[in-house]
Design a protein. Sequence first.
Length: 79
Amino acid sequence: MEPYLFLKLPDGTSFFTATNLSGSSSAMATITTWAKAMYDYHNASKIVKPKLDLLKMKEAALQVALANLMSAEEELDKV
């Protein structure tokens, strides 16, 4: 799909745009917009997903550290 998204006309403008394809049908213009949104979402998810996975790992480590802190504070209160 990517080669079609970046296909250029002889005058240098992009072929796969909603305005270019709306002349043939309004459904095609809608599909064009959807396809570009899916392409952008796919590329963004490649960046965001590893960061979300790292966030989950760090949150789990934080929970362990907070549990250790609570037990240390309880021990300190006893002393």
